[in-house]
Design a protein around this ligand. Structure first.
Ligand code: DON
Length: 304
């Protein structure tokens, strides 16, 4: 398939469109990112790269990092993880606290903030240096050891992250956080601050399109069963209370972040990342969603 032709068409179609929505400002550092950034990168299983726009510029991956931490936690603790976090869509915003009361501190899924904080706690318990372990995992699957935290972004979120402070304390009151809350939050704010480009994200996510294996390598990072589960959760929970809409419009498993990035996977075919900072009211990139809708419509090819 000539994906470059399709990407060129998408770039052209959206060239004069100013996306509706607002750049995230509750993390002050993110508000400084220019709203007109727009890039897309598709990496296929033959190893071909297709892209346009600001696809090589790094941005804050935010909640996209939850897919990497989930993968790492599944690898190290196995099925015990599911005693502490569920696998059902929440139908609520990413930062909602309300369901935790009725669910006795068991988050609905690992992609809402509550679930990702429990996953962060699992990694903080397991690794002596969880931040180094997360970076090492990313460096291994991408082959790029320059991927790093943006400590300015992490500090900016830490200074204003009242909801996540509330969340982790609330989880701890139910006994679902083992470590000191400051330690868990420090790890979580750092994982969210990781800076990657669309190219790097597409290359990192290719393992979710390729049975858990990096292209051109026999090294299995995740089993087929683990990848099935990670992708299933992206499909049903990757966009919070907009997961249905993303499935309906795009038809691929994917994950968004409030930095304006979205990564999606077409299993056995490709991983694709798009970046446009203005967010819709559900906290997902407005233009990113529209661009991915055009990708699966123009190619006539989604998982459905
Ligand atoms: O915890 C937060 O609120 C942010 N660090 C991440 C949220 C996020 O990216 C939600 N995604 N669309």
């Amino acid at each position: 398939m000539d994906y470059q032709k399709v990407l060129n068409q998408i770039q052209q179609e959206f060239a004069d469109i100013h996306p509706s929505g607002k750049v995230a400002s509750y993390i002050p550092e993110l508000a400084k990112v220019p709203s007109d950034k727009f890039g897309m990168h598709l990496y296929d299983l033959e190893g071909n790269n297709y892209n346009f726009g600001d696809s090589n510029e790094r941005f804050s991956i935010q909640s996209i990092s939850k897919v990497f931490t989930l993968a790492l936690a599944m690898k190290v603790v196995g099925d015990d993880l599911w005693n502490r976090v569920g696998v059902e869509p929440s139908g609520d915003p990413f930062n909602s606290l309300s369901q935790l009361e009725n669910d006795s501190g068991i988050p609905r899924n690992p992609y809402i903030n509550a679930g990702a904080l429990v996953v962060a706690d699992v990694l903080v318990s397991y690794f002596t240096n969880p931040k180094a372990a997360l970076l090492a995992f990313l460096h291994e699957i991408t082959g790029d050891s320059s991927i790093d935290f943006d400590t300015t972004v992490a500090a900016s979120e830490q200074a204003e992250g009242y909801r996540n402070y509330a969340m982790v304390n609330y989880l701890k009151s139910f006994g679902n956080i083992e470590n000191d809350v400051e330690k868990v939050l420090d790890f979580y704010f750092h994982q969210c601050s990781i800076a990657m480009s669309c190219r790097e994200l597409a290359q990192a996510f290719i393992i979710f399109a390729n049975h858990g294996t990096v292209l051109d390598s026999d090294r299995e990072f995740l089993t087929g069963r683990q990848v099935k589960r990670i992708n299933a959760l992206m499909q049903t929970c990757g966009f919070y209370d907009e997961a249905g809409e993303f499935s309906f419009e795009v038809g691929l498993p994917g994950k968004s972040g409030v930095g304006g990035g979205i990564v999606a996977v077409n299993p056995y075919h490709y991983a694709v990342a798009v970046w446009s900072p203005p967010l819709n009211p559900k906290g997902n990139s407005a233009l990113g969603m529209a661009a991915l809708e055009r990708l699966t419509t123009l190619t006539g090819f989604s998982i459905f």
